[in-house]
Design a protein around this ligand. Sequence first.
Ligand SMILES: C[S@@+](CC[C@H](N)C(=O)[O-])C[C@H]1O[C@@H](n2cnc3c(N)ncnc32)[C@H](O)[C@@H]1O
Length: 258
Amino acid sequence: VSKPSSDRESPAWYETYFGPDYLRIYRLADTQDQLDFLRHVLPSRPGTRVLDVCCGHGRHAVVLAGWGYGVVGLDLSAPFLKVAQATAQGHGLPLPLVRGDVRAFPFQAGIFDVALSMFTSFGYFDDDRENELVLHQIAATLKPGALFILDLANPDFVRHQPPTSSWEHEGVKVSTVYAFNETTRRATTRRTVQFPEGQEKVYESSVRMYERDEIVSLVEAAGFTVQTLYGSYDRAPIDPSRKRMILVSERRSDGVGG
Ligand SMILES: C[S@@+](CC[C@H](N)C(=O)[O-])C[C@H]1O[C@@H](n2cnc3c(N)ncnc32)[C@H](O)[C@@H]1O
């Protein structure tokens, strides 16, 4: 596990990126499509316990709690968890939230029926072994037969996207430079953000991109059987033109990887 930020010269990108500015920069326009996807693939059994790994500000977890699932959210970002808590409370919904790091789960073994990792919340660590450790943490906390949904960016789509883009959202102007390094297999973004109040900030991210065969092997090695791969939230097959690579897997009962 990487050293905590207090021992390093500067924090890792994911320790500062996911704060109040993020929610102003991103339109997060796909939320309804993602929820429709989840409605199709999640089991409808009463009492299903769902762990939202990297739940962010709770845009899926709160809705799932409203559907009757027993949801628990885990995330590193205190500001995001505060938003999630306030939203759940505003709807009168129970939503236990845990601030923690995905490399060291605070949960007991074999207690959840479903784990979600939505919207490219995987592959943040520089060391591949730490990313793989996350899969093992998830496997350990799931019951045999449990479902694991891993929603990643499609590397083929990412490597062919235009190297720059810009957009404006509620007065916030965002210019992004993208790069895909075929040696490190990481996709990086550098966003320059101009806020209507006059401030300018730069945010950088770096995410390990997994090819389809590689991530299937890693997920299976962690103790899952990959059942279905989708290329979009409307459950179309993977294709280089489609943005997502969503793995739906079942926790094996043989204990491997847990
Ligand atoms: C792209 S966001 C997605 C959030 C949420 N799943 C959604 O779709 O809205 C990634 C999330 O991962 C969280 N995160 C990043 N690094 C983490 C870590 N080491 N441990 C736990 N959560 C982390 C961030 O705080 C952020 O909420």
